[in-house]
Every structure is written in C-alpha cells, then in structure tokens.
Design a protein around this ligand. Structure first.
Ligand code: NDP
Length: 287
C-alpha cells in the first residue's frame, strides 16, 4: 500500500503564512506588534534548541519576541515576579515558560500564575477547563497542530474511532478533548491499558504520544488507518544521534493510509500553532 505522507514542514509553512498576514493586519489596523515572551530556566540542551527555534520563527513571522534566560538556581519568587511583570506589560501578548523546569520549581504554580489571556501554551487551568467544556480558549499547540494535520486527510472527522496513546496534560488529554469536539469516538490508552494493540488495531486513527522510541509497529495498525506520531526520541544508531518517533515509521508506513514523519511532522506544526496562539492572544487583548 502507498501511504500518504502528511508533511508537517509544508503545512506549517502555510500556517506561518496565515500568521504573518494576521501580524500585518494587527500592525496596520491597530498599530500592535504581537509579541511573545519566552522564559527559559536553566541550561537543558533540548529546551535551549526549542526556545531558539520558537524565537527565530516568531521573528520570521514579523512578531516581537523577548527572551528571558534565568539560571538554574532561580527561586520560585524571582520567577513569579518575572511572570507578574510580563502579565502586566501591555507590549507582551503571549507568555511561554519552557518546560520542564528545574525540580525545585513548582510547574503547576508557574502555569497558574500566567495570565490566562497570555497563556499561549494553553496550560492554565482556566484554558484547560474551557477546552474540556468546549468553549473558545487558547488550545495547547501540539494537539492543535495534530488536528490541522488530521483534517488534511479527514476534513470530516465525525464518527471516526480514534485511539490516543498517552494521557499527559500537554498532549494526550487535550488531544482527546479536541477529537471529542470533532465528534470522534475517543479511547485514551496509557501504561495501565490492557490489550492496547487490539484497541489500536481497531482504530481509524492512532495518535502516538508515549515518549518511547518506535514503540508502535505495523501489527498495531489497521490497514489504511491514519497515524499521527507526536513522539520525539533521540536514539543512537552506529554512534550517531538520530531522532525517531513513537512509531516504527518503516513498518507502519507499509500499512497505514497516512502517516506523519519524525522529524518534519508534528514538531514544526507545534511551533506554527504557538505563533497562531500568540496572534489570537493579541486579538483577545484588543477586546
Ligand atoms: P509523558 O511522558 O508526559 O506521557 C507519556 C504517556 O505515555 C503517559 O500517559 C504514559 O502513561 C504513556 N505510556 C508510557 N509508557 C506506555 C506504555 N508502555 N504503554 C502505553 N502508554 C504508555 O510524555 P508527553 O505527552 O509529554 O510526550 C510524549 C512524546 O511526545 C514524547 O516523545 C515527547 O518528546 C513528544 N512531544 C513532542 C512534541 C512535538 O512538538 N512534536 C511536543 C510535546 C511532546 P501513564 O500516564 O500511565 O504513565
């Protein structure tokens, strides 16, 4: 079977074009430069790469960006004060605190301290509640990007059987909420799920957000099903570092009707949706 490759790079370029034209509108009509503030605590190498990419993309889209790099020993108070300052700064429209934080900092406290209208990650309890109850909100970027990718293949998702593997607050749960809103029948699988392979094999769509390299193979996938691979895992191949997803791409591409690659799939869509959220946050703040 010839699988359809859902190209996240190409699709994210389209989203970024929409973002750039919205930025131009906000500038032209409201003299407003949508601005994203990114806060990085510590020197985690992966987080540094993510932050660099986010800031670069924001600048390319014509947005303002502000980077705050704090050392790993930063206290909860200092971080809270910075977030307060960003909450009250009318020139800042979106605030992103790069996770994970060093272990002495309380992520829940930090997330709850970001103003919900500037919470471009969509992790604040008010935004989480709004999503769960189907009200407009700032939606977490990765599942939002997955939905755009899914709609390329399934413009109408109504009635599809979907298994989301993973139940984290940042991917699995909001993904399930968005699919439910789109009238899918959703099963959330996790580390305690029984017969997970059988569940996946019955699904029209499988979304993998597990954090385990090449965990899902072709035996788990119904012929013709759509597979969205959220995972990003660094593995060692012949002494070289390689990025792979949670799906064994080589085997699954033989049976799936459509599949996202890693890299070049969900990753670029996540950043594009972050910028989309920043323009939405800027609009909220005009109101
Ligand atoms: P978490 O570690 O927070 O969650 C992983 C989930 O997978 C948990 O719900 C866990 O279950 C479940 N799980 C673990 N092992 C198994 C198993 N053997 N069988 C079934 N379920 C299992 O990860 P995240 O949600 O944060 O991220 C998932 C992946 O997505 C990672 O590879 C991450 O790097 C990637 N990611 C990619 C992004 C992108 O932009 N492309 C953005 C965010 C994440 P339980 O709850 O029971 O422990």
């Amino acid at each position: 079977m010839m699988t359809h490759l859902i190209d996240g790079k190409q699709l994210s370029d389209q989203v970024l074009l929409e973002v750039a034209s919205e930025v131009a509108l906000l500038k032209g009509e409201h003299d407003m430069v949508p601005t994203l503030a990114v806060v990085l605590v510590g020197e985690d190498p992966a987080s540094q790469v993510y932050v660099r990419n986010k800031v670069k993309r924001a600048t390319e889209a014509g947005m303002g960006s502000i980077e705050h790099r704090l050392d790993a020993e930063t206290s909860q108070n200092t971080l809270n004060e910075l977030i307060d300052q960003l909450n009250n700064d009318p020139e800042v429209h979106g605030i992103l605190v790069q996770l994970p934080l060093p272990s002495h900092l309380d992520e829940d406290v930090v997330i709850a301290s970001i103003h919900p209208a500037k919470d471009v990650d969509g992790f604040h309890p008010l935004n989480v509640g709004a999503l769960a109850s189907g009200r407009p909100s700032l939606v977490p970027c990765t599942p939002q990007g997955c939905m755009i990718m899914l709609r390329q293949v399934h413009p109408d998702l109504s009635g599809k059987n979907v298994v989301v593997v993973g139940r984290s607050n940042i991917v699995g749960k909001p993904m399930a909420a968005l699919l439910l809103q789109a009238n899918c029948t959703v099963t959330i699988a996790h580390s305690r799920t029984r017969n997970i392979e059988t569940l996946c094999r019955n699904a029209d769509i499988v979304v993998a957000a597990v954090g385990r390299a090449e965990f899902i193979n072709a035996d788990w996938i119904k012929p013709g099903a759509t597979v969205i691979d959220v995972g990003i895992n660094a593995i060692d191949v012949d002494g070289k570092r390689k990025l792979v997803g949670d799906v064994d791409f080589e085997s699954v591409a033989q049976v799936a009707g459509a599949i996202t690659p890693v890299p070049g799939g969900v990753g670029p869509m996540t950043i594009a949706c972050l910028l989309l959220n920043t323009t939405r946050a800027a609009r909220y703040q005009l109101a």
